[in-house]
Write a protein that binds this ligand. Structure first.
Ligand code: ATP
Length: 324
């Protein structure tokens, strides 16, 4: 980060981003990003969610300079990746998905080598500070091969920060990590964010996005289908389903005086109501008023998964994005 740049409001600003991978002998051209607009505010922990094939890796790889975009504008820390590619990339630290361990180095050496690679002068290096930030001070001189999986991941985070980038990208940081380790890693991500680093993370785990991120964008089939502050997204969850199994099979779905019924297997139907506005009692009254004798009822609280599915798979006419 150079001192002369004013702090931008947006850590990353993306407009009209498109990417079509060229056809190969075996495959037709593939549009991975289909007009993405995304703004990641400075200082945030921003989550990018989406099913396999949604375009998350393509987007991250364009930011990292590994994949060329087809169209659109990308500013990283206010720097256009077409006009100032080196400056733009210098503002990023990227932690890749796979653990890459430097088995012959100690964590401190690994950070020094990485700093050398980025041309960080010796007097500006802060290996010890970074090791402390990720909780590896007491392992500074251990062999990396002796570190646990979680420690190696934390070392990778420290390595991505050696050139003091204002933005850290974490690609699936906790894939395959157990719950305890996941929580530990989240704590380190929060700590780094508190030090002023903007975080962009991709994840398949809704729980992770919900816990960690102040804003969440959901991608599907190369587009952003939702982008909201996390509490706003969670407010969409202010609903509950009542699942009713009628005593006798119905000819069709009952008319429930304003409530909508959706068919469920085995002759049951579900009614969704907003918790603040109605109650189970009102739903059941409408069901009885429609002449339905109730054999059984259950209630369900939807979670982020339901919002996610509704947003990403809601359009039944579209092909499943996970099937190429
Ligand atoms: N090098 C490539 N050549 C051709 N098509 C590609 C290439 N890389 C990705 N794609 C296609 O682009 C689409 C988006 O893939 P991408 O990897 O960006 O999605 P993703 O959201 O990161 O998925 P995942 O969570 O599985 O990593 C997919 O249909 C994928 O098959």
């Amino acid at each position: 980060m150079t001192q002369t740049d004013a702090l931008p409001d947006d850590a990353i600003a993306i407009r009209g981003l498109r990417k079509t991978y060229a056809a190969s002998k075996k495959a037709a051209p593939k549009t991975a990003l289909d007009g993405v607009d995304l703004t990641i505010p400075r200082g945030s922990i921003f989550g990018l969610l989406g099913p396999n094939g949604a375009g998350k890796s393509t987007l991250i790889n364009i930011l990292a300079g590994v994949v060329n975009k087809s169209e659109g504008e990308v500013l990283i820390w206010g720097r256009d990746i077409d006009k100032r590619p080196r400056d733009a990339r210098a503002a990023l630290g990227v932690v890749p998905q796979e653990i890459t361990a430097d088995v012959f180095f100690t964590p401190r050496e690994a950070l020094e080598v990485q700093a050398g690679f980025y041309g960080v002068p010796a007097n500006a290096r802060r290996s010890d500070e970074l090791l402390a930030a990720v909780g590896l001070s007491d392992k500074a001189d251990a062999y990396v091969r002796a570190l646990s999986g979680g420690m190696k991941r934390r070392l990778m985070v420290a390595k991505a920060l050696v050139h003091n980038p204002p933005i850290l990208i974490l690609d699936e940081p906790t894939a395959g990590v157990d719950v305890e380790l996941r929580r530990q890693l989240w704590a380190y991500v929060r700590r780094i964010n508190a030090l002023g680093v903007t975080i962009l993370l991709t994840t398949h785990y809704l729980e992770e996005a919900q816990e960690l991120c102040d804003s969440i964008a959901i991608m599907n089939r190369g587009r952003v289908v939702a982008c909201e502050p996390t509490p706003q997204l969670l407010r969409r969850l202010d609903t509950r389903n009542v699942v009713v199994t009628p005593e006798h099979p119905l000819d069709g779905l009952p008319d429930l005086n304003g409530f909508e019924a959706l068919a469920r297997p085995n002759g049951a139907f579900a009614v969704t109501y907003r918790k603040g506005q109605s109650s189970v009692e009102q739903v059941l009254a409408a069901v009885r008023a429609a002449g339905v004798t109730i054999a059984d009822i259950t209630t369900e609280d939807p979670d982020l998964e339901d919002v996610f599915l509704a947003l990403t798979y809601g359009d039944a006419d579209q092909a499943d994005p996970t099937k190429d």
